[in-house]
Design a protein around this ligand. Structure first.
Ligand SMILES: NC(=O)c1ccc[n+]([C@@H]2O[C@H](COP(=O)([O-])OP(=O)(O)OC[C@H]3O[C@@H](n4cnc5c(N)ncnc54)[C@H](O)[C@@H]3O)[C@@H](O)[C@H]2O)c1
Length: 335
């Protein structure tokens, strides 16, 4: 089995590669990543020694490069993690989100179709469902919830999902889609809430919280997300969408306070800042389909996972500093 993993130098993709490369020693993995600002070769350099793994630097929107790679490697499966993923950036500059997230997906699917890939898996997000009201805890996103997006990021992911569905229906491309809630864990780029809070609090800097911090996210440890993707690849039904959620709804303020408490820092570090435009209120996922059909279950409780995650960042402050100083950009050349 030969598997292409795109976006493997990012947060979730790198965790996925460590998990899969070691678990399936008889499969070969190729990581294709453009190493954008969010791609960090340091995340995956320890994989270099594995015999069933190799790295290719390249952009998923580069049709010639992608075609050549598929012709040479003859992939059985494609797992597409590559994306522009930061909502705030999408508000400032939507265009790159449309290029990578929609056109990049199309380029990968065209090659998958041409070279007879047996499974194209699209890593999507619960953000395609829009948001839920704060005062209706009974409401959850199911796979049938209509797509209803808020930000250019979620719109680009939704556009890609619709295109993936169209390639299944029109061309019979064997696809699956996973829609996961907010991930936390090691190797998350320090632009997202949890690593920002940890890295700033460690330096006793003010930690910014949007609005009143009342927005609710359903937090899942990245390992549990990746176990879900593994199960979808091995047991999922072609043409289907699978939700993956953490059963751990927390307001942003709760998350920040938990982190500060774990670090032994004062809540006085919290600074409320102007809210993000169009900020989604609440995400909450119903993952019962994945649980019933795939036997997927969570292995992390939020309280334990967040403690382990805080410890990881505390013990990897050089990893954060390398990013903040820009040195991480040299990691690929050096290796
Ligand atoms: N982070 C979350 O909480 C979350 C939740 C649900 C779904 N997702 C989805 O999971 C996927 C991975 O998210 P992440 O948080 O790891 O993102 P990330 O920003 O940490 O990593 C993205 C990776 O993709 C690479 N990339 C970007 N544009 C590329 C291009 N044009 N060609 C090749 N590589 C490119 C980057 O270099 C980087 O390594 C995304 O598709 C995202 O939408 C993320």
């Amino acid at each position: 089995m030969k598997v292409l993993v795109t976006g493997g130098a990012g947060f979730i993709g790198s965790n996925f590669l460590y998990y899969m490369v070691d678990k399936y020693k008889d499969y070969d993995f190729v990581c294709l990543d453009a190493l954008t600002y969010a791609g960090n070769y340091n995340n995956i350099k320890d994989l270099e020694s594995r015999k069933n793994y190799k790295f290719v630097k390249g952009n998923i929107t580069d049709r010639d490069l992608v075609d050549k790679l598929f012709a040479e490697e003859k992939f059985d499966w494609v797992v597409n993690f590559a994306a522009e993923s930061h909502v705030d950036n999408s508000i400032k500059n939507p265009e790159i989100f449309l290029k990578t997230n929609i056109i990049g997906t199309q380029v990968l699917m065209d090659a998958s179709k041409k070279y007879g890939v047996k499974r194209y898996h699209q890593v999507s997000t619960d953000e395609v469902y829009g948001d839920l009201p704060l005062d209706r805890p009974d409401l959850l996103f199911t796979e049938e919830t209509p797509i209803h997006t808020s930000s250019p990021y979620s719109s680009s992911k939704a556009g890609a999902d619709l295109l993936v569905g169209a390639y299944y229906r029109t061309y019979g491309l064997p696809i699956t889609i996973s829609r996961c809630s907010n991930n936390y864990g090691p190797y998350q780029f320090p632009e997202k809430l949890i690593p920002v809070i940890i890295s700033k609090a460690l330096k006793n800097e003010k930690v910014p919280v949007y609005g009143k911090g009342e927005n609710v996210r359903d937090w899942i440890h990245v390992h549990d997300h990746n176990v879900g993707v593994d199960l979808i690849l091995h047991k999922g039904k072609v043409g289907e969408v699978y939700n993956l959620g953490g059963h751990s709804e927390r307001t942003n303020l709760d998350v920040v306070k938990t982190i500060l408490k774990t670090l032994g820092k004062s809540e006085d570090l919290i600074e409320f800042v102007t809210d993000r435009p169009g900020h989604d209120l609440r995400y909450a996922i119903d993952s019962s389909k994945s649980e019933k059909e795939l036997g997927w279950e969570l292995s992390y409780k939020f309280e334990d996972g967040i403690k382990e995650t805080v410890d990881w960042y505390v013990n990897h402050q050089d990893w954060i500093e390398d990013i903040l100083s820009g040195n991480y950009k040299d990691a690929y050349k050096e290796n």
